[in-house]
Design a protein. Structure first.
Lengths: 109, 1002, 185
């Protein structure tokens, strides 16, 4: 039963007020994409043991989509940020590095 | 015999006698008794039969850890099985019955199993019932099912009410013993918002029973003053009868409050499930005493030494007149002293240690008790209650050297901290070799959302068993919790004192070199009848992992969850495997700590409010007119409206015929209605629909298809353009919320540069489909709008007033008839519905339900999301290529529809199907093909997606997906049936009725 | 079910027709805030707030959505006024008066009744007068706001009004006071 703070309204929302949306920072592949890129976009998802960037929606709340950086093992939340972000904020990357020294963001998938 | 003492009993009120019944026998007790205490007071020692062997059992403990004394409580709608007598507070008129016996507790046929114990070892069922295979279903399973399960399920609906409550606190302290009180005091004084919960009705835990002195006063006095101080703090909440049931991620905790179990006729909910969000949690859950594994340690009258002390001190109940004590530690001597104080006999204390000379031992000796060291119980005499023990050498093979007559045995194998709540959320344990116990490892505490620990163990639950250490540790835990909350706290605790104890000595089986016969009588897990021999057998058979051994032997399963059985079982397993206890490790502690009632879990969600049922503005009318409902999402839509004496089927056909001949009304309010507005609305809709929406002219409507990014059809509906920058998108009834979320997701996460707003107006409007040749006449009678063909052509919409009600009229048809869908403000929906019925009375107007809707759309070959689609179907499969734009560069699903499998000519495609004899094809039936699959199953070449009897055509009609279907018109193929030979059907056009569309374009 | 001698722990009443307008757009934009203020009579509230002046007010629903509350008979005029003021601005105003139902929960244990059904932190410290939250009430979405007098208002979708009314009534049954929040807080 996670608590994630919605970056839009500031509510520390109960997991039952949220809807999960899978891996964040996917780059959409549309018409023109080659088969391998499209396959990866449509089907390939990370399932890391450790730091994961995820999409969530404040479903029973302000309705906004946001991203969360979360440790799938310890459930530590390194931070949440708006879905209209192409990269995680530096503050969150620093928070991750504090737990996982040398951590580097892999970039958009 | 067990009996009530003349004096004493700190928890009972002798001025308040209570009557109760056990197995039909009238008994009496006092207010403050537990059922277990009252049964003992009435000389009912044996109260249950064990689960597997049906052995006679009595209470072994006095609290939540009790494995044996489970009873059926209450009657009728208030009956509940498996209630622990040790935690059941007595009340006037309580009715309880013993379980797992037939026909009676004293004479139980199932006890035959005990005779067979030798041939019913661990894994018996797994090994025995494998062969012959056919026996499983018809012989073994029915027999095993008959004997499976403990207690009987209630048959009546629960008469009580239950509820939830959400609390957000700084600090949750679980356990209201002296440690919990101390931790709450320290944190409360620092200003933390504290919730302190205690599972029993009393504060203070066992300290008063154990003779602890706190700040120079008896524990009871300190508890009273601590409570008063806590009550005076506005920032502290106190709840008794509230058990910390589980600790979960991010400081979530469940607590189970039992409000009226002790007073059943009190108004209000019976149980309340607290859903707590705590920033910090202190587990001050105390410790549980371990049994000793000696032969016959389950005979009624054999109890934990601490429990014997509880019964004597708290309830003035003597479990026996003569109690032999057997121990490996000093604490059990407190029981001897308590028994002596109560005037009861202690014929001997058997101490497994070679040396016993601590202060408590000396005190017992000084009072003349015979203390025998290096001694063990090697035999317990008596079947349904203890009559004596045989004693022998602690390290011997079990030869009795002496017999002692007694009617109770108090055993103590040492104490185990209650680490359940600590462990629920991942807290790790360390093995404390000196005291032979697992205790919380503070360095590996459960972490919260900030990555910092959020659970602290305090007092005995943290391994601080001695009174002084316990109190100090609780002060430390309270201060640490406050510090974690950013509050400065003074960790100074009250000073607690009790007699010092000499070290205990781990004893895992007694006597130490007992042979197989004795090991078959040493119970590790009373509740599941697991003996030392079972665990040893499991080890011999290769079960090295403790989790596997647990499942093979059932050790620590069910409500025990390792409370009594854990450490002894692990030790026996470790010994059998030739390894150490920490190497073996513990099984997983799972919440809840003790079982929750199903009612508490359900809370308010039962009966009428089990789930939200959505109601349209016309729902009352439907209910008043005998509608038969069907679920569509959370809506309940009229399936049809049977008239008196009319069968549903007949009602459906009547509704179809009347609509095609006269005029029908459909409550279409459930259809999703999404306002999509903004300068980029057209551009956005081009991306989310497969067809072009930006070219739609204001005033016009267009049928649109929506796909998911993997190309599959997701939803469909008519889009109406309201103005240059505004559209209303209709969705399916079940799809409105999903489609709304889908649009928001793409707008927020992919195309956030588009200037578009989506507002879900589904509930703002009631929508009525007025359908049939006389629809226009009916609506014109309402007055206010020109609905002529010239003024409002097919696939146009218009706004105005009908019957004085503001209305938006869409000239669209899902039936093939002349059809108007009229949207009016929801608050006036019923008035509009009534007006239509009144105006059309002489036109033969009748409402129709969803089944008539389905038949009419199928007659026209219109697809239905969820029938023709199942999440693997693309528009092209359904012949809807015309609705998939080839001009657009992009839309959701476009790229996926270019994948090789999507353009495979072998894909099954939509066709109509008609049987040769006019009968109705079975829904979902597969079309058979030649040959077999690799698995030996018949190849298939298609399936039925919709199938109905068409009252219009007087025969069965169907749609289906068939390989190369559209190229095979006229061909007859066969469909599998569950009952009977395959059914032949001819491939035809899916449009069965009015293919030219003459009926709707009038 | 209810004992005539023991009172309900809170009073539940479904409010009569309430005018409601959804305003979508950048709430902080000057033109939008001014247009809203002109019809609602109060300034645009901040996140998780609502503001009222008599029968009119604005509730903050999300960063780009406000709910304007006003007497039902004034909706048409307000809509027209908003649409006029927001010409050329990317904003959407739409009448949602019929789409929702409004409940008022009053009485000494009103806060506890809501806390039985919602996972939101509704403690007096976190949810004082003027606070507004969209959350979950049992199984449906709602918006709740705390009024100055210890009463709470709650809006839900129209189709689940019967469900929400029954939920609140169930939670307010006699004998159900939790005694956790100070009475009347």
């Amino acid at each position: 039963m996670l608590i994630l703070t919605c970056p839009y309204c500031g509510v520390a929302a109960d997991e039952t007020e949220l809807a999960p949306g899978g891996q964040a920072h996917l780059t959409r592949q549309g018409p023109g994409a080659d088969s391998a890129a499209f396959e990866a976009y449509l089907f390939h998802r990370k399932n890391p043991k450790g730091v994961h960037f995820e999409r969530w929606r404040h479903a029973h709340g302000c309705g906004k989509w946001f991203h969360a950086a979360r440790d799938t093992v310890t459930l530590q939340v390194f931070g949440t940020y708006p879905a209209q972000s192409l990269t995680p904020p530096d503050t969150i990357l620093k928070a991750i590095a504090a737990t996982y020294p040398g951590f580097e963001w892999e970039g958009e998938a | 015999m067990s009996f009530r003492l003349e004096t004493g009993g700190r928890l009972i009120d002798r001025a308040a006698p209570l009557d109760f019944a056990f197995d039909g026998q009238d008994c009496t007790g006092f207010a403050g008794d537990t059922l277990a205490a009252a049964l003992l007071a009435n000389d009912r020692v044996m109260v249950a039969r064990s689960f597997k062997y049906h052995r006679p059992r009595g209470a072994v403990a006095a609290g939540a850890e009790e494995p044996n004394a489970l009873v059926g409580l209450g009657q009728g709608a208030r009956f509940e099985p498996n209630q622990r007598a040790t935690t059941t507070e007595l009340f006037q008129g309580l009715v309880a019955e013993s379980q797992n016996r037939f026909p009676s507790l004293a004479f139980d046929i199932g006890a035959l199993n005990a005779r067979l114990a030798r041939v019913l070892p661990a894994g018996f069922y797994y090994k025995t019932f494998l062969w012959p295979r056919a026996f499983w279903k018809h012989v073994y399973e029915p027999v095993i099912r008959q004997s499976a399960g403990l207690g009987r399920a209630p048959t009546d609906p629960d008469a009580d009410r239950y509820e939830h409550f959400h609390a957000h606190v700084d600090l949750l302290v679980v356990g209201g013993g002296v440690a919990g009180l101390q931790a709450a005091l320290v944190a409360g004084r620092a200003g933390a918002q504290v919730l302190l919960i205690e599972q029993t009705a009393h504060w203070g835990g066992r300290a008063p029973v154990d003779g602890v002195q706190i700040d120079g006063k008896p524990a009871d006095a300190w508890i009273k003053s601590a409570l008063q101080e806590l009550k005076d703090m506005d920032n502290v909440s106190l709840r008794t009868r509230t058990q910390g049931a589980g600790v979960y991620d991010h400081g979530y905790a469940l607590a189970h409050e039992r409000l009226t179990d002790h007073a059943p006729d009190t108004p209000g909910p019976r149980h309340r499930l607290w859903k707590i969000r705590a920033r910090q949690i202190v587990t001050a859950t105390g410790a549980i005493e371990r049994p000793l594994a000696f032969p016959g340690n389950d005979v009624p009258g054999v109890m934990l030494a601490g429990a014997v002390r509880d019964y004597v001190v708290n309830w003035a109940v003597a479990p026996g007149a003569r109690t032999v004590i057997v121990t490996n530690n000093d604490d059990a001597y407190r029981t001897a002293l308590a028994l002596l104080d109560a005037g009861l006999a202690v014929p001997a204390i058997l101490d497994a240690r070679a040396v016993a000379d601590g202060p408590l031992v000396q005190a017992a000796r000084a009072r003349g008790v015979r203390v025998l060291t290096d001694r063990a119980v090697v035999k317990v005499k008596g079947k349904t209650r203890v009559t004596g023990v045989g004693i022998g050498n602690a390290g011997g093979i079990g030869l009795p050297v002496e017999s002692i007559a007694c009617d109770a045995v108090a055993m103590s194998g040492g104490w185990s901290p209650v680490v359940h709540l600590w462990s629920h959320c991942g807290g790790k344990l360390v093995w404390d070799e000196a005291r032979a116990m697992f205790r919380p490892d503070a360095a590996r505490a459960p972490g919260g959302q900030d990555g910092q620990p959020f659970v602290l163990a305090a007092g005995a639950a943290n391994g601080a068993l001695a009174a002084g250490a316990c109190q100090a540790d609780a002060g430390r835990a309270g201060a640490a919790a406050a510090a974690a909350l950013g509050l400065a706290a003074n960790a100074k605790a009250a000073v607690a004192r009790a007699e010092d104890e000499a070290p205990m000595q781990p004893i895992w089986i007694m006597p130490g070199r007992a042979g197989p016969d004795l090991r078959m009588k040493m119970f590790l897990d009373y509740q599941n009848d697991v003996k030392v021999s079972d665990v040893q057998l499991a080890a011999r058979e290769g079960y090295e992992s403790v989790e596997h051994t647990k499942r093979y032997t059932t050790l620590g399963m069910a409500t025990d969850q390792g409370k009594l059985s854990n450490i002894n079982g692990l030790a026996v397993l470790a010994d059998s495997l030739g390894t150490t206890i920490p190497q073996v490790g513990t099984t997983t502690f799972r919440p809840p700590y003790t079982p929750l009632t199903m009612g508490a879990i359900a809370g308010e969600a039962r009966g009428e409010i089990f789930q939200p049922l959505r109601r349209t503005p016309m729902q009352d009318w439907h209910e008043d007119h005998n509608a038969a409902f069907e679920p569509v999402g959370q809506w309940r839509r009229p399936y049809c409206y049977p008239q008196p004496g009319e069968l549903r089927e007949a009602a459906v056909y009547r509704e179809v015929s009347n609509t095609r001949r006269n005029v029908g009304l459909l409550d279409a309010s459930t259809l999703g209605k999404l306002l999509v507005q903004g300068p980029d609305a057209g551009k956005f809709l081009d991306l989310v629909y497969t067809n072009m929406m930006s070219t739609l002219k204001p005033g016009r409507c267009r049928y649109g298809l929506m796909c998911s990014e993997n190309g599959f059809l997701m939803d469909d509906g008519v889009v109406a353009r309201l103005s240059e920058d505004a559209f209303v998108c209709h969705t399916t009834s079940g799809g409105a919320d999903h489609v709304h979320q889908h649009l928001e997701e793409w707008l927020q996460t992919e195309w956030w540069d588009l200037k578009v707003h989506v507002v879900n107006l589904t509930e703002q409007f009631a929508q009525v489909a007025v359908v049939g040749p006389k629809a226009r006449v009916l609506l014109e009678r309402l007055g206010g709008m020109d609905l002529s063909k010239e003024a409002l052509s097919f696939m146009w919409w218009s706004e105005g007033t009908l019957a004085g009600i503001p209305a938006r009229v869409f000239r669209i048809s899902f039936s093939g008839e002349l059809s108007f869908e009229v949207a009016v403000p929801a608050g006036q929906g019923r008035a509009f519905w009534d007006a239509c019925l009144a105006a059309g009375a002489d036109l033969g107007v009748m409402p129709y339900g969803t089944e008539a809707l389905h038949i009419m759309r199928a007659e026209k070959g219109f697809v239905m999301i969820g029938d023709e689609t199942d999440g693997t179907v693309i528009p092209q499969d359904l012949g809807l290529d015309w609705a998939v734009s080839k001009k657009k560069d992009d839309f959701i699903g476009k790229r996926a529809q270019q994948r090789p499998h999507m353009v495979d000519p072998e894909r099954w495609k939509l066709v109509g199907l008609e049987t040769l004899d006019g009968s109705v094809l079975p829904d979902g039936a597969y079309a058979l093909d030649k040959g077999q699959t690799a698995n030996g199953q018949r190849n298939t070449q298609g399936r039925v997606t919709s199938t109905y009897f068409s009252p219009t055509l007087g025969r069965g009609i169907a749609m289906g997906l068939v390989r190369h279907g559209p190229d095979r018109m006229g061909e007859v193929i066969e469909f599998a049936r569950l009952d009977g030979p395959p059914q032949p059907a001819r491939i035809v056009s899916p449009v069965f009725y009015d293919p030219e569309g003459e009926k709707q374009n009038v | 079910m209810s004992d005539p001698h023991t009172p309900m722990i809170a009073q539940i009443a479904q409010a009569p027709a309430q005018g409601m307008i959804t305003l979508r757009g950048a709430l902080s934009a000057r033109k939008i805030a001014a247009a809203a203020r002109a019809v609602a009579g109060v300034a645009m509230p901040g996140p998780l707030e609502c503001r009222f002046d008599g029968a009119r007010g604005i509730g903050w629903m999300s960063p780009d959505e406000a709910l304007i509350l006003l007497p039902r008979q004034d909706v048409a005029e307000a809509l027209a006024s908003l649409q006029k003021a927001l010409v050329g601005v990317h904003a959407t105003v739409v009448d949602v008066s019929d789409a929702r139902a409004v409940f008022r929960v009053t009485g000494p244990h009103a806060r506890e009744v809501l806390a039985k059904l919602s996972p939101a932190d509704l403690s007096p410290a976190a949810f004082g007068p003027g606070a507004m939250r969209r959350t979950r009430l049992a199984q449906v979405p709602v918006a709740i706001w705390a009024e100055g007098d210890g009463a709470f208002s709650l809006i839900c979708f129209r189709s689940v009004a019967v469900y929400v009314g029954a939920l609140l009534a169930e939670a307010a049954q006699p004998g159900g006071a939790v005694g956790y929040f100070p009475s009347g807080a």
